[in-house]
Design a protein around this ligand. Structure first.
Ligand SMILES: Cc1cc2nc3c(=O)[nH]c(=O)nc-3n(C[C@H](O)[C@H](O)[C@H](O)COP(=O)(O)OP(=O)(O)OC[C@H]3O[C@@H](n4cnc5c(N)ncnc54)[C@H](O)[C@@H]3O)c2cc1C
Length: 384
């Protein structure tokens, strides 16, 4: 019996693959979504409990606009279902340090894009957030409508909706396709052939391993450690609305208030060491735990004795600049890459899926910033 040929096979059900499959299904395409371990599994980049959705991107208006489009779509996906709480509107507070260049660029872009925000000087910050250690901070921006997506469950909800619309979801490890020209099928580890007209590899950090010759030197996979701090009993100063989600630009740190009673979440956005997503240890080191304790003591003095209640170790899959990689395979015309989330991709899942769909259907011009050609082999981060 001849097996089915899908319009599109999407490989990887992280946030990028899930939204790509969903948008393709909404356009009436027959889609199969292959995933090795499970949507938003704990070793994927989409796999933590929560991810920030913020509009501020300094002068990179393209990402501000994508985040705006995406927030609308996330809310639509969750609306009226048991998933409504998968977006939490905590507000997002930007704090810079001595250098306010990027903060001022963010102010200008948010105004241009009509994103509602409050401008806070130091006196206003002190009054509103007495629980934050503000040394070195001169001013801040509070994005009022932004917040937090409950990440792994949001991916599961996206896949659920895609399946409801007819997407075939299958647990399978796809093997690297060989040859040039046009790909007819991908082989899975169990020996099955999956045929499709087009293929989208949305494999996160694994893209580098799937396509070593093309991508390995252009994707910088780094270890990122995340900490949750247990809060003093009966203390609501670290829960929304008292504390919003926060980003300290000059410290390269970010975090969020007490959501679902998990405590204060905090992490460094600075890139960690290079790792392999299959083999890296998922246990934080005592040294980084100690460094984070000291940092928390400085920025949240009332938590100086707070215990670390939970940790996560994940990976960023950075491109040289931080711009996404969404492009066609240079030698196989019907194979596409969708990755390079670079530590900020989660929120953009809906807009990214929409963009990939427009590329596959030949409906929109390609954005040069996402091209493979712009992905260098030396890192020079430009998107934050
Ligand atoms: C610690 C941390 C904090 C972050 N914070 C934020 C934030 O606050 N806001 C934000 O917007 N973004 C944030 N990001 C970035 C964001 O999470 C990622 O950019 C995004 O999740 C990438 O999604 P993805 O689908 O490309 O990759 P992944 O989520 O890794 O998904 C790829 C999937 O492909 C599957 N796969 C790979 N190879 C194969 C194969 N051969 N066959 C079948 N399946 C395969 C994998 O199993 C995996 O499930 C953060 C990332 C990290 C690590």
């Amino acid at each position: 019996m001849k097996s089915k040929t899908y319009d599109v096979a999407v490989i990887g059900a992280g946030v990028f693959g899930a939204w790509t499959a969903l948008h393709l299904a909404r356009r009436g395409k027959s889609v199969i979504l292959l995933e090795a371990y499970g949507p938003g599994h704990s070793r994927s980049s989409s796999g933590d409990e929560s991810r920030i959705i913020r509009m501020g991107y300094a002068k990179d208006e393209i990402y501000t606009r994508w985040a705006q489009r995406s927030l609308i779509q996330w809310k639509e996906l969750f609306a009226g279902t048991r998933n409504e709480a998968l977006f939490q509107q905590t507000g997002v507070l930007w704090l810079a340090g001595a250098d306010e260049t990027r903060l001022n660029e963010t102010r200008a872009t948010l105004r241009r894009c009509s994103v509602p925000f409050e401008d806070l000087d130091l006196a206003a910050l002190r009054e509103k957030y007495p629980q934050i250690g503000l040394d070195g901070i001169r001013s801040g921006i509070l994005e009022l409508e932004s917040g937090v997506l409950m990440a792994r469950r949001a991916v599961a909800a996206t896949v659920e909706e895609a399946v409801r619309l007819g997407v075939a979801f299958q647990y399978a490890l796809a093997e690297t396709p060989r040859g040039k020209g046009k790909l007819r099928s991908v082989k899975t580890k169990s020996g099955e052939e999956i045929s499709a007209e087009q293929f989208v590899f949305a494999c996160g950090a694994w893209l580098a391993k799937m396509f070593p010759e093309i991508i390995a030197k252009r994707l910088f996979v780094t270890r990122q450690e995340v900490f949750y701090f247990g809060l003093p009993a009966g203390d609501s100063r670290f829960a929304p609305p008292a504390l919003p989600t926060f980003l300290f630009q000059s410290d390269e740190s970010y975090g969020m208030p007490d959501i679902e009673s998990r405590g204060l979440k905090i992490a460094l956005d600075a890139h960690g060491v290079a790792v392999d997503p299959d083999t890296q240890s998922r246990v934080v080191s005592e040294r980084s735990a100690q460094e984070m304790r000291e940092y928390v003591r400085r920025r949240f003095p009332a938590l100086k004795d707070a215990p670390i209640s939970e940790t996560r170790v994940c990976q960023y899959e950075n491109t040289s600049s931080g711009d996404f990689l969404i492009d066609r395979h240079p030698e196989v015309e019907n194979v596409w890459f969708a990755g390079g989330g670079s530590g900020h991709g989660f929120k953009h899942g809906p807009a990214l899926g929409e963009y990939v769909t427009s590329q596959l259907l030949g409906e929109a011009p390609a954005e040069p910033r996402f091209s493979l050609a712009t992905k260098a082999t030396v890192q020079r981060r430009a998107v934050f």
